[in-house]
Design a protein around this ligand. Structure first.
Ligand code: NOJ
Length: 709
């Protein structure tokens, strides 16, 4: 511990210590300016959230530095999930790029912009693996797979924090929400997660462990309870596992009001008990509800909490402030000169690149895409065709931001085309009055582009949906247009996969474009025109119907594996077991062929295995292919998933080019958790399956053998 931290701690009153643990939302009326001023001057607030911009953060920082007794700088926390002023694709979209260097690049530009606005603690990355598209927060995370989420965690932590937290362009990242928040009962936000110890260890914990290994500065426990223990009070996981076994030395910051909510969870009688439980579980910063400030004095009196625990938490908070360089120069980030137009243009290019790489081409028949160049009449039909704000998705903050709508993008990319736009219906209304006009416009066009989907506030926190289809009257609009029999391309704007089998059946082409941020329209236009050959792949299994949820690629085989036409099998009587599109699925304008797959045939436990796979571009365009490597352990002491993702790689191939993709599997890639939850590699055969997506029929396999130790 540093001298500075110890000196400050020794000089603090109990109230000042609790102040350091108190984080307040400065954007809320409960903390109107007078009350903020009073508390900051009294040293009763250690960090602030939800404000940004030098004009707001500097005056508060000045109060802390010039008016409070110990002159301890404030931390400013904010949710910068996919950009601050330059908005990049939502995380679920960006996950579909399967591109860690890209994930890191977009994080870096977000930090540069947010740092200049005074932010020093980012409440991101969000690492909740999720297999339930009803859950609105699926949009904020990296999808269904633990390995993808782990690679995403490392890239984002590197991008947000850089090598040195004190550097102007870096800030503290928060791995959230720890843990199993993505598995709420019924897909309803904040719901209980009741999953097995094995699922927790195999699916939900790994991304957080990866973030800790990457040096993440903060972790936010989730709102949910895990089998009856609210995560805000989960000492066994927070203290014993995260701090103990993983060696995490950073700060644990509660979610918003989550300490006080321990009362509603039914594990605390009052604020004192709630605060004592959270503190005992290792939570350092109490976000917003002042449970520590108001509850811990009583908890101390009642012998429920100890000053030693409070001191430990204060030390961690002060250490974070020191690591961020706040004691040396708290204005370093905001003092940076404004970004030059050149830099902003470069950032826009990063957002556009991320946008095009996130788009997944789901269907393309009758040569519908790419659009032919030159003069033509295009009817852009649908409520999201010219809706720039809807392109941002959840979590964007800076006011006055502009995005390129789909219409903007099309007009810029196809100056000779005659492009009309008719919304037809609103995203979520029940007025069908505009459908006739839309159908007439479609009737007169050479090509119809249907722009359908969700508005930006249909995903994100507290936005779970029971039906994952098109809201409002959009289906009626789409059916009226499809009935014309014109070449029709559907562009989906969405924060979750949408179950729309009828659309996939009837449209000639469908693009999943998610919510791509500032450059959405341009990125989409690049794919429509073929300026970019689509390369995105689904980071989430796409259900055929909401009734299939949860559906994901790494399920177990069961004793009666599901076959639609085998009666006593793991199936439905009224719908298929297969998803609409498997994990990893995505089309290209070119054609890739996977050639031979070879692997080290035998290995001893702990040894690496090299896998080589040949990929050839047999089509007529350059393109990027994503190659997935899955493992299958057919006989083991614990039933293993039918497919376990162990690697993914991207290759860019010129026309006719062939490349060999190399994967190195580490010894522990073959390990399972045995019946005592201890990792173990069991001798015997393993199947290695390589290919373009989690559809077994499209994977090439090779068997390797682990010898007895
Ligand atoms: C609640 C959300 O769950 C969390 O993700 C976010 O960081 C905080 N609010 C602060 O905005």
């Amino acid at each position: 511990m540093s001298d500075l931290v110890e000196r400050l701690l020794a000089a603090m009153t109990l109230q000042e210590k609790l102040g350091q643990l108190n984080m307040i939302d400065a954007a809320l009326p409960t903390h109107a300016p007078d009350e903020m001023t009073r508390q900051v001057c009294a040293g009763l607030i250690g960090s602030v959230l939800n404000v940004y911009g030098a004009g707001t953060t500097n005056p508060l920082q000045q109060l802390a530095l010039e008016q409070s007794r110990l002159r301890i700088p404030l931390i400013f926390g904010f949710d910068v999930l996919h950009g601050h002023r330059t908005i990049c694709p939502i995380p679920l979209a960006e996950a579909c790029a399967f591109d860690p260097p890209l994930w890191e690049r977009t994080a870096r530009i977000a930090m540069d912009e947010a740092g200049r606005d005074g932010i020093t603690l980012n409440f991101a990355p969000m690492l909740d693996v999720c297999r339930d598209p009803r859950w609105g927060r699926i949009a904020e995370g990296p999808g269904e797979d633990a390995l993808v989420a782990s690679r995403y965690a490392e890239a984002k932590v590197r991008g947000f924090q850089g090598a040195d937290l004190a550097a102007r362009e870096n800030m503290a990242a928060t791995a959230k929400h720890f843990v199993a928040y993505g598995a709420p009962a019924g897909g309803r936000d904040y719901g209980s997660a009741d999953i097995s110890e094995r699922e927790l260890a195999e699916v939900y914990l790994p991304p957080f462990e990866a973030a800790v290994k990457a040096g993440v500065a903060a972790i936010m426990p989730s709102f949910n309870d895990l089998a009856g223990i609210p995560m805000t009070a989960h000492g066994a996981l927070l203290k014993d596992l995260v701090r103990g076994r993983w060696g995490f030395e950073g700060v644990l910051v509660s979610d918003y009001n989550a300490v006080g909510e321990l009362i509603a969870h039914g594990v605390a009688e009052d604020l004192a008990e709630a605060a004592a439980l959270a503190l005992a579980a290792g939570i350092d910063i109490d976000m917003q509800d002042q449970a520590y400030l108001l509850g811990l004095p009583a908890a101390l009196d009642r012998g429920l909490a100890s000053v030693a625990d409070i001191d430990r938490a204060v030390r961690r908070v002060l250490t974070l402030k020191q690591r961020l360089g706040l004691f040396d120069d708290p204005y370093r980030r905001v003092a940076a000169p404004p970004l030059s137009l050149d830099t902003l243009a470069q950032y826009a290019e990063v957002a556009r690149d991320a946008g095009r790489r996130s788009i997944v081409l789901l269907k393309n028949e009758r040569g519908a895409l790419p659009l032919k160049p030159g003069a033509q009449r295009i009817a852009l039909i649908g409520p999201l065709g010219d809706a720039p704000l809807e392109m941002f998705g959840c979590w964007f903050a800076a006011a006055g931001l502009e995005a390129a709508s789909i219409l903007d993008g099309l007009r810029a990319a196809l100056p000779q085309a005659d492009i009309s736009h008719v919304p037809g219906v609103t995203v979520d209304g029940d007025d069908q009055g505009g459908i006739a006009e839309a159908a007439a416009a479609a009737h007169d066009a050479d090509t119809v582009i249907l722009s359908l989907g969700e508005s930006k506030d249909m995903t994100g926190e507290a936005h779970s949906r029971g039906h994952i289809d098109l809201p409002g009257c959009q289906r009626a609009l789409a059916e009226a247009v499809l009935a014309l029999g014109k070449p029709t391309i559907a562009i989906l704007t969405h924060g979750r996969p949408l179950a729309l089998p009828w659309l996939f059946e009837r449209a000639d082409a469908v693009l999943a474009t998610w919510q791509l941020g500032s450059q959405a329209g341009h990125a989409i236009a690049e794919v429509l025109t073929g300026a970019w050959n689509p390369s995105g792949r689904l980071a989430i299994t796409w259900p055929l119907d909401g009734g299939q949820i949860p559906i994901f690629h790494s399920h177990r085989p069961t004793g009666r594996p599901g076959h639609n036409d085998v009666f006593y099998s793991n199936r439905y009587t009224d719908m298929p077991v297969e998803p609409q599109f498997p994990f990893g699925f995505g089309l290209s304008y070119t054609r890739f062929r996977l050639g031979s797959v070879t692997a080290t045939p035998e290995f001893a436990p702990g040894e690496t295995v090299t896998v080589l796979a040949e990929v050839t571009n047999e089509g007529a365009l350059e393109g990027e292919e994503t190659v997935f490597l899955f493992l299958r352990d057919p006989v083991a002491s614990i039933a293993r998933p039918v497919l376990e993702l162990k690697g993914f790689a991207k290759v860019t191939l010129a026309v006719g080019e062939r490349q060999t993709v190399r994967f190195i599997l580490q010894g522990d890639d073959f390990a399972l958790l045995d019946r005592n939850m201890r990792p173990r590699v069991e001798p015997g055969a393993f199947e290695i399956l390589v290919g373009p997506c989690a559809d077994r029929s499209r994977l090439s396999s090779v068997t390797v053998r682990c010898q007895s130790a």
